[in-house]
Design a protein around this ligand. Structure first.
Ligand SMILES: *[C@@H]1O[C@H](CO)[C@@H](O)[C@H](O)[C@H]1NC(C)=O
Ligand SMILES: *[C@@H]1O[C@H](CO)[C@@H](O)[C@H](O)[C@H]1NC(C)=O
Ligand SMILES: *[C@@H]1O[C@H](CO)[C@@H](O)[C@H](O)[C@H]1NC(C)=O
Ligand SMILES: *[C@@H]1O[C@H](CO)[C@@H](O)[C@H](O)[C@H]1NC(C)=O
Ligand SMILES: *[C@@H]1O[C@H](CO)[C@@H](O)[C@H](O)[C@H]1NC(C)=O
Ligand SMILES: *[C@@H]1O[C@H](CO)[C@@H](O)[C@H](O)[C@H]1NC(C)=O
Ligand SMILES: *[C@@H]1O[C@H](CO)[C@@H](O)[C@H](O)[C@H]1NC(C)=O
Ligand SMILES: *[C@@H]1O[C@H](CO)[C@@H](O)[C@H](O)[C@H]1NC(C)=O
Ligand SMILES: *[C@@H]1O[C@H](CO)[C@@H](O)[C@H](O)[C@H]1NC(C)=O
Length: 447
């Protein structure tokens, strides 16, 4: 009776934890508990005044630990305060020129009051490039590749103020990546940026600088769920699958793997390359993350993590995973993935970011035989907290590329065999492992 009550209590506790997690995730605007300071900052540095405006360098910094911008890249927009035009751009371009009919000889690059700027593509001729441009709008996350966590372009603005007292800041910034999700604040004039010369012997500075901060909210992104988690364990034959219809694909149905019109579906879908085309499964998700408790040693335990891509329409370059589990405070080894602890709560050290090894498995290929990556993690047990009971060994939360993955309901988790025979077997196994370990230790000392 006592153990039964305890079981119920623990189940309830797990449920509350998971429920609160989901709750805070969906309803707290622009606050991610796993990356509370995360934002994208757009900085304008005016480098020189011109006859009718200014030259500026615009930098987009991704200050987010794990959320990155994938192909087809960012789109930055704003509203000019007056009748400004863009004479010239380097390393980026406006998507539409707009109506420049009021100009007679010299035609501007863009006359729209609300321009939308995109990055140039890789392979742009050198004379149109600037530093940190031309990656097709792809921006890495701060943890995964800090060198590529920014993007830049140059802009020559006309019909604008020509001094720091007459210039008017552009307003109402928007950032698409390429879908919605980011809200940008007002531009603020900040201390002018300082630049160190290459020989580090001289510092120059911008004539004027303003910053715009954009923050992400999954609630605004309004994306369909894109990923789910399945679970299994060596101590149970049960595989807990992803919940049914987790990602219910919006307007297009799924494709059966043996469907004769697979090729035609794929070629017609590439027109709208953002919509996933998934293989038919019970969960219908583009991405499934499987967590398998693989082995139990005396002082360690081992988990296998596998990510499978069910999307025929997407190669996930630079994919990443964020996993929350209390034992991430004591990871002994992670095989074939990169790893960094990203906890923010000082003493609670339970969150890790995992990502692929460059040129080996950093690209999660479209659905097919190569559409999966996997790794194993060896954790060191803390005797006071470790248990296989009550689902403790399963992850609390998993994000794929910054999207929260849907977990199976806690009452579906594989549970320990509850009859005494199985428990005895498990403790015997533990005993045998420890005896073998001690023997090996003794032998090693002998020789
Ligand atoms: C944006 O992120 C940077 C780096 O983490 C941080 O210093 C800055 O305070 C953040 N800005 C806002 C408005 O949160
Ligand atoms: C504007 O420029 C003047 C000098 O031309 C300088 O003294 C002043 O601090 C600048 N103001 C701002 C907001 O940068
Ligand atoms: C920016 O947006 C606000 C609210 O939508 C609007 O009132 C304001 O006029 C806009 N500013 C410009 C310069 O368009
Ligand atoms: C403006 O942005 C730059 C670079 O993103 C950052 O270093 C600086 O601290 C920001 N300034 C303010 C006042 O947020
Ligand atoms: C999920 O779907 C499968 C196949 O359609 C079905 O066998 C199973 O009972 C469903 N599970 C739940 C919990 O509805
Ligand atoms: C994924 O990459 C492979 C190999 O580079 C390529 O053949 C395929 O067309 C790509 N698929 C998509 C959807 O981009
Ligand atoms: C968290 O745990 C990791 C892995 O054991 C360790 O490298 C890191 O230093 C720890 N961080 C803190 C703040 O304790
Ligand atoms: C990891 O486990 C070892 C052995 O139990 C222990 O000495 C160490 O303090 C643990 N580290 C953390 C961060 O808990
Ligand atoms: C123990 O297992 C049996 C089936 O093996 C099941 O019917 C029973 O509900 C389980 N008891 C508990 C407390 O989980």
């Amino acid at each position: 009776m006592k153990t039964f009550a305890k079981t119920q209590l623990n189940r309830a506790a797990i449920f509350v934890v998971i429920f609160c997690g989901l709750h805070s995730f969906s309803f707290t605007d622009a606050y991610d508990p796993l990356d509370p300071d995360g934002n994208i900052t757009v900085k304008w540095d005016i480098m020189s005044w011109t006859g009718d405006g200014y030259n500026a360098v615009v930098n987009i910094y991704n200050f987010q630990q794990y959320r990155h911008i994938e192909e087809p890249g960012w789109k930055l927009g704003w509203t000019w305060a007056k009748k400004e035009v863009i004479w010239y751009m380097g390393g980026g371009q406006a998507t539409e020129q707009g109506d420049c009919s009021r100009f007679k000889s010299n035609i501007p690059h863009c006359c729209k009051r609300t321009p939308t700027i995109v990055d140039l593509l890789p392979g742009t001729p050198y004379n149109q490039q600037v530093a940190n441009c031309c990656r097709g709008g792809v921006v890495s996350s701060l943890v995964q590749d800090p060198q590529n966590a920014m993007s830049s372009f140059q802009i020559n603005v006309g019909q604008s103020g020509t001094s720091n007292t007459t210039v008017k800041l552009p307003q109402n910034f928007t950032l698409l990546t390429p879908g919605p999700g980011y809200t940008c604040g007002r531009p603020r004039i900040v201390d002018s940026s300082k630049f160190l010369s290459p020989d580090k012997r001289r510092v120059t500075q911008a004539l004027m600088t303003w910053n715009v901060t954009c923050t992400y909210s999954p609630f605004l992104a309004q994306k369909a769920q894109s990923c789910c988690v399945s679970l299994s364990s060596f101590y149970s034959e049960m595989i807990v699958p992803c919940p049914n219809n987790t990602c219910g694909v919006q307007n297009n149905a799924c494709v059966k793997s043996d469907s004769p019109d697979l090729a035609s579906v794929l070629s017609s879908s590439s027109k709208n390359s953002l919509a996933p085309v998934v293989q038919c499964t019970t969960h219908m998700c583009p991405i499934r993350v499987h967590w398998h408790i693989k082995e139990n040693y005396k002082e360690y335990w081992r988990v296998k993590i596998a990510i499978t891509n069910f999307n025929y329409n997407m190669n996930y370059t630079q994919w990443n995973l964020v996993v929350q589990h209390p034992n991430f405070d004591n990871v002994t080894q992670i095989f074939s993935f990169n790893y960094k602890s990203i906890s923010n709560y000082g003493s609670i050290n339970d969150t890790a970011m995992l990502w692929g090894v460059k040129f080996y498995n950093d690209m999660l290929m479209q659905h097919g035989p190569l559409g999966n990556v996997q790794s194993e993690v060896l954790f060191e047990k803390d005797k006071n907290t470790f248990t296989f009971d009550k689902g403790w060994a399963f992850p609390r939360r998993i994000y794929f590329n910054g999207d929260n993955c849907v977990m199976p309901p806690p009452d579906a988790y594989p549970h320990l065999p509850n009859d005494s025979v199985h428990r005895v077997i498990i403790s015997l196994l533990n005993l045998v492992t420890s005896i073998v370990a001690s023997l090996v230790f003794l032998l090693a000392r002998e020789y």
